[in-house]
Write a protein that binds this ligand. Sequence first.
Ligand code: ADP
Ligand code: MG
Length: 815
Amino acid sequence: MMIAHPGSEVRVLIRSRPTANFAQELIEYLPDGQTVSVHQRKDSRKGVVNNQLSSWSFRLDGVLHDVSQEEVYGRVGRGVVLGALEGYNGTVMCFGQTGAGKTYTMTGATENYKQRGIIPRALQEVFHEVEQRSDHAFSVHLSFLEIYNETLVDLLASVRGCPGVGPGGMAVVEEAGGGVSVRGLSLHPVHSEEAALNLLFEGEMNRIIGAHALNKNSSRSHCILTVHIESRSRTLSDAKYVTSKLNLVDLAGSERLGKTGSEGQVLKEAMYINKSLSFLEQAILALADRRRDHVPFRQTKLTHALKDSLGGNCNTVLVANIYGEASQIEETLSTLRFASRMKCVQMDPVVNEHTDPVLQVRKLEKEIQLLKQELSIHNTLANRMGMSYDTLSETQVAEIQSQVRRYLEGSLDEINIVSIRQIQEVFAQFKQAVQQQEQKVKAQLCQNYTLVEKAQSTAGSTAAKSQGSQGTVGVVEGHGFGVGLAVPSDRHIRLLSPGRTKAIKTKELASQGRKEAVEGRSPGPGKQVESVNPVQRDREGREHDTQSQEPQGPQEPLRTEYTHTYVPLYNICPVYYMCYSMHRDNMSDLVFLPSSSPPPKAEAFEDFKAERGSEINRILKENKVVLLERRARLRELTECVNTAKREIDSTSTALHQWRDKRQSQGQFVSAEGVPVLDEAELSLTLRLRELKTQYRQQYEELRGTKAEVSYCQHLVDQCRTRLLTEFESWYNESFLLPEEVQAMLRSGGPIRPGLVPVYKALALEEDEQEHFERLRYELLADSPSAISFYNAQYRTVQRVSLVQTNTLSLWVMNE
Ligand code: ADP
Ligand code: MG
């Protein structure tokens, strides 16, 4: 059998029509039976003598010279036909100039049985094989297509019972899987060689009638007889079946326009023929070039209809028919050139195997039945009775759901594995539980916070950066739990409590000061750290005239230390991390706080203030009240001092003016000749003296009040630190320490709760403060006016330590 191997080339054979005037001196068949040499001495068309001898050699797959029709079929057709019966597409195609013997080769002399061509022999072989291969059920259909001047003609449309062409007419259409078919082309089932031959003759007849009716020559149309074969195994109850198409193609004559001197209708035909043949050649060349992924099949009906019959998934054999007379040498050369180009086309024929879905389902059902039986035998042997492998019932699903719930709650230790279906359902229930939990937490968070997706809060992120977080602030190391400025991370959440959003608009100046504090830059002398408290302005104010002190605005609220909170979600709790990993892609940036994790710090802090920290919190509040009251007084005094100063200035100006005026009028003297003050000057002078006294008194009081404000501020800061430190210890002990450590800290345990961590923390604070106090009083002894500077410095130092050790400024500062 001559079935092409994958990657082999299209087979091309030469057949020459017998003639008494064979140009022996021009055409030479070499003894290898494959090579043709063509020698040309003159340009026969132009009649110009060309003394230079030109020779061409064409090596193809065989030369059929003086060969019987039977042998031609054996060498050209048989392999393709047998391949088609196995499920490989096949094409046998003749081309060459008109009269070279294409029709003779394909169809043969219909009146002579011995001279019948490839098509009747192929049909005979198909049915012979169908009979032989009784293990397969074959179904054979025939179609016969003619392409004339780019028009598709169904040569079997006249057959009785033919449905006729639909409204859309005939067209080449692409099929799923890369094949093509001709819409509207009738397919005729055939069961015998005779029936097939009848259709062939009917088609041939129609071709001739059509040619007469249209005054056309039948050799100016392309003809494709297709045998559609489907085969299923009778022995294997297999859902698989194979199909194939066997195309037997008689192409129109390939002679060129110039030679025939055609005009009118003939010229038009010749143009169409040339066009389709040249596109056939282009398609063939594209097929031959493996680097090209586009083959221009659709350019003409011929190439489009032959799309799945040229190279590719197809056994293709071409016969190049030549007419070996000297006068035809140009056409012969042209045909041989075309033939050698065709030879380059690669073929990868594969069996067209399909699966019958209905049979497939039936087959699989049988297999499942068998496997269930196998399993039940296996279970009996393994003492596992009563197993079911059917889809889980609703009751079973509900039972699994309840198991998973109890497992999550802790009331069920483990879930026994029973079957694959059960395992799958357990996982499904877990997934559902996680999703529900996500939804719940999201809803809760939305109630308490304004959640801003990271992408929407670029400004917020920038703010976070400008706050100077270097990845340490705000994270309680070792616990992976922290609220405050946190490690820069690709997944953040921005929590803004409703009451806090306003505070974000804190003046830039304040945040600038904060930034410096956070970065640990110690403010140099004269460097303004706090812009809010009048006390901090004191030093500057004192260095200049009191008048230059700007009038203080209304009491500004205490600045929020931190208004934004960035929390890497998976730092908040390990459970979230699990969920985050599982739902990395679809989980939005939300905090996940399951009930078993530590309570949110903000909440815990409220509880702490109400209970354990109530005393210190009360003191803090009282101190704050005093601080506010003292500040208000300070503002009042500043206002008075400023007013007094302004009055002093205006009075002294008036006095000077008066004196100047008096001077220009001459000296005012008494009766004794002693210069005296007039009444107005006297009154101005007295007023000025009075104002100065008042100013000095108020200024003294201002200084005193400033000192008080600063002292109160210390107390408040100190209380705040203490409250936060104690809270941190309490929180760590209560929620973050492992069970065993908590047990040790409980009453009766070896360690008194709260004592160690709080004491440690406070000891540090107190040491620092004592040191500062001592320093301050030493300094103040020399220069009482330095108090504001040292106050500011102290607070900055304190704030840095606060920021570093404390993550709770957020709530406290908002108090
Ligand atoms: P084409 O289809 O290429 O135009 P035909 O098949 O019609 O050419 O052949 C033209 C003539 O030559 C026909 O009369 C045909 O019988 C004859 N002929 C062609 N090839 C052979 C051959 N190998 N043996 C005998 N006669 C042939
Ligand atoms: Mg012909």
